[in-house]
Ligand binder design. Structure first.
Ligand SMILES: Cc1ncc(COP(=O)(O)O)c(C=O)c1O
Length: 274
């Protein structure tokens, strides 16, 4: 079965989905997206999509900021996605990428007076960070972009240049990930994941005001900790370094993969700076 995508309001084979070279979003980063994991359950032979509705609620919020109007509500978006997953017929863990974008073939920096469109595709994708071998990271020299510049709580494609700069800086320095600080020096997040610190039996994490994406996994962590009576502190501006010697420093990145929650403890190299 050829891979199918949702494109131009229709389900078509991937090979037939093409966008024009003048597409506004391609030139100006005027699009927003989601990354939705689906876990294959071997026993039941079906794929479970992780918090699908919440992902689409966030997409619609991003669209509002980007002045993108989609002809679909949350329920329709979920139904379209479920149908696409069925059509795609993957028998393994999957990754779903919806992209809402400014589709006009037009030159000119703006958000208004442009056409909008939506595409969705399904792919396989390994874990963003290798949880088996552990993750090395640094504090990035790139600062997290501010809420009044491009709001990081929206998954806007153009904003991800900020993440890409931090990620490549880290990788080219021989590390796996760069953690960005806010302009005033508070820990924000990694290039593609929220950050947590385990300290004195508590799990603390930066707040919305620290220019983070309000991660759905992050939210699940809050829910799980409350469910199990665990101690979690949704701290405001968390200084991850206060009161800890270099050896005590560690970040916990949590990732959902295959329906399991992984907690990664990251140790900093040589004092944590590059
Ligand atoms: C910058 C950034 N922060 C955090 C996350 C984690 O978000 P979620 O848990 O909703 O997947 C992502 C995921 O794509 C991200 O790109």
């Amino acid at each position: 079965m050829p891979p199918y995508v949702f494109f131009n309001r229709d389900f078509i084979p991937l090979a037939e989905a093409r966008i024009g070279i003048m597409t506004h979003a391609l030139h100006y980063g005027t699009a927003c997206f989601e990354g939705i994991r689906g876990s294959q359950n071997e026993d039941e032979r079906q794929v479970y999509l992780f918090r699908l509705k919440d992902h689409y609620l966030r997409l619609l919020q991003s669209c509002q900021i980007m002045k993108i109007t989609l002809p679909y509500g949350v329920d329709e978006l979920c139904q379209l996605t479920e149908k696409l997953v069925q059509l795609s017929g993957y028998q393994e863990d999957i990754y779903i990428r919806p992209l809402a974008y400014k589709s006009s073939q037009a030159i000119g920096v703006r958000l208004h007076d442009l056409e909008d469109d939506l595409l969705i595709y399904v792919a396989t994708l390994p874990a963003y960070l290798d949880t088996d071998k552990g993750v090395s990271c640094c504090i990035s020299t790139w600062r997290r972009i501010g809420d009044n510049m491009i709001p990081p709580r929206a998954k806007i494609t153009g904003l991800y240049v900020n993440s890409a700069l931090a990620k490549t800086e880290a990788v080219e320095s021989g590390l796996d990930e760069g953690i960005m600080l806010t302009h005033d020096g508070h820990v924000s997040e990694g290039s593609g994941e929220n950050s947590f610190l385990v300290t004195q039996g508590r799990l603390v994490t930066p707040s919305a005001s620290d220019n983070i994406l309000l991660g759905i996994t992050r939210d699940s962590r809050f829910v799980l900790c409350q469910d199990t009576g665990g101690a979690i502190k949704g701290a405001g501006r968390v200084d991850f370094f206060a009161g800890h010697g270099p050896k005590a420093r560690g970040f916990a990145f949590k990732l959902w993969e295959s329906g399991k929650l992984y907690l990664l403890i990251l140790k900093f190299q040589d004092g944590g700076r590059i």
